[in-house]
Every structure is written in structure tokens, then in C-alpha cells.
Design a protein around this ligand. Structure first.
Ligand SMILES: N[C@@H](CCC(=O)N[C@@H](CS)C(=O)NCC(=O)O)C(=O)O
Length: 232
């Protein structure tokens, strides 16, 4: 049975943009496993026999896994003969460090550009659920968080400074080839990229060049997905 990965979908189900799900998508691609992405909306029922309430969810045989980090650990454990996502404890620590920086800096830098744009592409049933949960989380309205293109680009660029410095001297956070540390950051940026009406990432920066490098890998999988800019 083909592996299934549930991802967050817009009103147009071809547009799937969950930041954590993108971490898992890249992990599956890196391992060279066949998989199918299943669109899931905020208004849909919980997923699988365990009633998992957030995406990504990975369904592989009898296994249902409902957290992106657990999915990464599972894939390396279950498929040790495929390319590794993390080289043991050292690689896991590096990936967790990147995830922490994403939580502390990259998400806060990206949210003003992305969150209201993400809301606007949802189906009408999901919109109020998303608005309520996010407004409770941020303590203000989605409109109050939202910034336009100039501030959106500048806010994200400021949050990416440490990564620019790293990627100026290595093609990937993992060194010569990507590891889960790369996918942890890429997931957040692909979310912003998919939901935004303009290209938020500066393609001329070292992070921008790295982003394009990853988009082009795995037969251009990430490059070729539907976004709000290429899908009507
Ligand atoms: N810790 C989870 C977080 C996943 C998460 O927050 N997913 C969001 C989408 S970006 C979600 O599915 N939210 C649904 C909800 O809260 O109802 C992971 O890394 O997989």
C-alpha cells in the first residue's frame, strides 16, 4: 500500500501548504519513498483510527503518525537502507536546533506576511475555525497582524540572517547534501511561498539560492506544486 501523507489544503484542494507537512514531504522525497498526499481541511474530521487532530499525518501500513518530528524519526527507523534524514544523535540535535530557531525567529518573521494570506485561500467552512484559533494564539485579529509586500519581505529577510551566513559557505545546512535540518527550515518557507501572492523570499540571497536548489531537487517536486500564483 502506498504511503499516505495528509496535508493542509486550501479551498482549491490542489493547493496544499502546511509548513510541518512540507517538512515530511521533503523527508519522504529524500528517502525516495513513493507517497500520495491527501488534502485535509480545518473543517474535516480528525484523521485515522487515533483521531489525529493536526497535520501532517503519515499513514504507512498499520502505522498512523501525527507529528512531523515523529514522522522523521519513524522514516529513518523504518527505512534504514534509504538515504538518511539525520546522521544519528548529532544529526537529530542539529535538526532540533533548526526547528527551535524556526519557532523563535522564522515563524515570527514569516507570520505577518503569510498568515492572513493563508486565511484568504481557505474554504468558507474552515475560515472561522482558522481565524478563531489564530486570533487566540496571537491575541489580535488577522488583519492587525498582516503586513504588505515591502514589510513582509523585509520581516522574513531579517529572520533569515543567521541562515544566510551559514549557507554562504555550504550548499545545505547538512553540508554537501540536505538533511532534516534543511527540511525543517524549508517547510516554513514553502508555506509562505505557496500562500503568498508575491515571492516573499529574496532569490538573490544565500537562503534564496538554497531554497531554489531544494525546489529543483527530486525532479523539481517542490518547484512544480500549485501555489496561489500559478493556480487560478
Ligand atoms: N507538532 C505538529 C504541529 C502540526 C500543526 O500545528 N499543524 C497545523 C497546520 S500547520 C494543524 O494541522 N492544525 C490543525 C488544528 O489545530 O486544528 C507537527 O510538527 O507536526
Amino acid at each position: 500500500m502506498t504511503i499516505k501523507l495528509y496535508d493542509l489544503a486550501a479551498a482549491n484542494p490542489k493547493i496544499m501548504f502546511g509548513p510541518f507537512s512540507w517538512r515530511s514531504r521533503m523527508a519522504l522525497l529524500h528517502k525516495g519513498l513513493d507517497f500520495e498526499v491527501v488534502p485535509w481541511r480545518w473543517s474535516d474530521p480528525n484523521i485515522g483510527p487515533k483521531g489525529l487532530a493536526s497535520v501532517p499525518v503519515l499513514h504507512d501500513g498499520d502505522n498512523w503518525i501525527g507529528d512531523s518530528w515523529d514522522i522523521a524519526l519513524y522514516l529513518d527507523r523504518q527505512y534504514p537502507d534509504k538515504p538518511t534524514l539525520m546522521h544519528g544523535a548529532e544529526g537529530q540535535a542539529a535538526a532540533q536546533f533548526v526547528m527551535s530557531i524556526c519557532g523563535a525567529m522564522v515563524f515570527p518573521g514569516a507570520i505577518p506576511a503569510a498568515v492572513y494570506q493563508a486565511y484568504q485561500i481557505l474554504d468558507e467552512t474552515s475560515k472561522p475555525l482558522f481565524r478563531k484559533s489564530r486570533e487566540e494564539m496571537f491575541g489580535c485579529t488577522l488583519e492587525a497582524i498582516h503586513v504588505g509586500e515591502e514589510k513582509g519581505k523585509a520581516g522574513l529577510a531579517a529572520a533569515l540572517v543567521p541562515f544566510n551566513e551559514t549557507l554562504a559557505s555550504a550548499p545545505f545546512l547538512g553540508g554537501d547534501s540536505p538533511t532534516y535540518a534543511d527540511f525543517a527550515l524549508f517547510g516554513v518557507l514553502k508555506w509562505v511561498d505557496i500562500v503568498s501572492s508575491y515571492r516573499v523570499i529574496d532569490d538573490s540571497s544565500d537562503v534564496g539560492k538554497w531554497f531554489v536548489r531544494l525546489e529543483n531537487m527530486y525532479n523539481g517536486y517542490a518547484r512544480d506544486v500549485p501555489t496561489v500564483r500559478n493556480t487560478r
